[in-house]
Ligand binder design. Structure first.
Ligand code: SF4
Ligand code: SF4
Length: 452
């Protein structure tokens, strides 16, 4: 015999477990010493997809945020508020607190199928539930912080609490706020605080997936917001209100789609169990308004979803392209305030220019660095006087080098004014041919009257 019972709630629980496991483990996974995602202000670096970027490469961060927003737009247009019930931490923690701790573990609430009824008393049990959830909040907040302070540093800092009072303050206060939010604000957060609930409605169209009561089959119960009957005069709804009592946001979905609905589909599951007794499918379905009207299928491929998806893929490719252009070393060049220096050596005038080179090893391993210089159209015109030898920089290390370049021959013969020559610098790691960058500067050469 065909079963009409839907199991959205169980599927949500499985999704929660997988999401929690992934979010929890990701900060511990490292490839070549880099994390999947880490925004570290202490180390001044951004790890993205196991590639480390320096603060000077933080231009990638806005692109990551753009991709995140585009993904939310795309998912909302396609699946409605699928994020709210299936991935939002607020909903996950509410299920953990209300259904697991309060109902199953401590039996403060008597029934998982009635989320409307408030249970008074049980003072001690409520305190235990709060303490238990605060402990879970500490773990959850730590998990969040690991995306900004890598776990290896985090646990080291906790061993020296006196030196890391700010971290402890953030940890305990955020956990306290999370406990307040989940145990007191509860679904009021979704209804009154969360901005996503408000903006998502403008992304909806007639083909967007929603949780809808099939009035054609079930019968008319509401006229607008006015409830006409508990049970329709005609239709398959038996007026049991199992769908109402199970709703965590305390709404009656038979009144139509509402801002408060987080798409958890618990009402659909509840109704499917009731209708199963009559060998009929649930009166509440996860479908689009158009599909329900036409009794057809949901149209997933449409202009808005394809457009969002295309832009999303384009932004993602841009991120990959920009990420692949990552430089494994950084070099900033500043000239000294003195335009040039003229030195008399054995009756011969020597011209030199001084620079400050700021090197940084942005790779995850040490390298030995040096550089070459050249002038446009003049071969072997310059000699590196300082530094004479290559130098080693550890991973992430910076070094300031005073660089003196000296002309090896007459570079120009201009009697009226000094000559500015384009200078090309190639800096590289001697032990890795991939690590190479090019910079441009100038070499100032004095007018001939100063040299003769
Ligand atoms: S659970 Fe189904 S049958 Fe019962 S009131 Fe809700 S819609 Fe009607
Ligand atoms: S109406 Fe249904 S889907 Fe919407 S929040 Fe209530 S139980 Fe969840």
């Amino acid at each position: 015999m065909q079963s009409y019972i839907t199991t959205y709630t169980e599927k949500r629980y499985i999704t929660y477990c997988l999401a929690t496991l992934i979010i929890f483990l990701i900060p511990f996974v490292k490839i070549n010493g880099n994390h999947f995602f880490l925004l570290s202000f202490v180390h001044q670096k951004l790890d993205l997809f196991f590639i480390s970027f320096n603060t000077q490469e933080f231009y990638l961060l806005p692109l990551v945020l753009i991709i995140l927003f585009l993904f939310i737009f795309f998912i909302t247009t396609l699946g409605g508020r699928v994020w709210c019930a299936w991935s939002c931490p607020q909903t996950m923690f509410r299920v953990l607190y209300r259904d697991a701790i309060q109902t199953k573990l401590l039996k403060i609430r008597k029934n998982i199928n009635n989320k409307q009824k408030q249970y008074e008393g049980n003072f001690i049990k409520n305190i235990i539930a709060l303490v238990l959830f605060y402990c879970i909040s500490l773990i959850a907040t730590s998990n969040l912080l690991w995306y900004f302070i890598p776990p290896e540093d985090f646990f080291l800092y906790l061993q020296n609490p006196n030196e890391h009072l700010l971290l402890l303050g953030i940890l305990f206060c955020t956990s306290l706020f999370l406990t307040f939010d989940i145990t007191y604000l509860a679904e009021k957060f979704c209804i009154y605080v969360c901005p996503y609930a408000r903006i998502q409605s403008v992304m909806f169209d007639n083909d967007t997936m929603q949780v809808l009561y099939d009035e054609r089959r079930g019968g008319l119960i509401f006229n607008g917001k006015t409830k006409l009957h508990k049970k329709p005069l005609q239709g398959e709804c038996i007026g049991c209100e199992a769908c109402v009592s199970v709703c965590p946001t305390h709404i009656d979905i038979r009144a139509g789609m509402q801002l408060e609905c987080i798409n958890c589909l618990e009402c659909a599951d509840a109704c499917s169990k009731v209708q199963e007794k009559f060998s009929r499918p649930s009166l509440i379905n996860w479908t689009s308004a158009k599909a329900m009207q036409t009794q057809g299928k949901v149209k997933y491929l449409r202009f808005r979803t394809v457009a969002y998806f295309t832009v999303l893929i384009f932004a993602f490719l841009m991120l990959l392209l920009m990420g692949s252009k990552k430089e494994h070393m950084l070099l900033n060049i500043n000239r000294s305030s003195e335009l040039y220096h003229i030195e008399d050596k054995n009756g011969k005038k020597q011209v030199s220019n001084a620079y400050t080179f700021l090197f940084q090893n942005t790779d995850s391993k040490p390298h030995e660095y040096y550089f070459e210089v050249s002038l446009e159209g003049i071969e072997n015109g310059l000699e590196i006087i300082r530094p004479k030898n290559a130098f080693v920089l550890q991973a992430g290390e910076k070094a300031k080098k005073i660089v003196i370049l000296q002309a090896t021959k007459e570079l120009a013969n201009e009697s009226q004014k000094d000559v500015i020559l384009p200078l090309y610098i190639k800096a590289y790691a001697k032990d890795d041919e991939k690590v190479v960058i090019f910079r441009e500067s100038i070499f100032a050469y004095p007018k001939s009257t100063l040299l003769n």
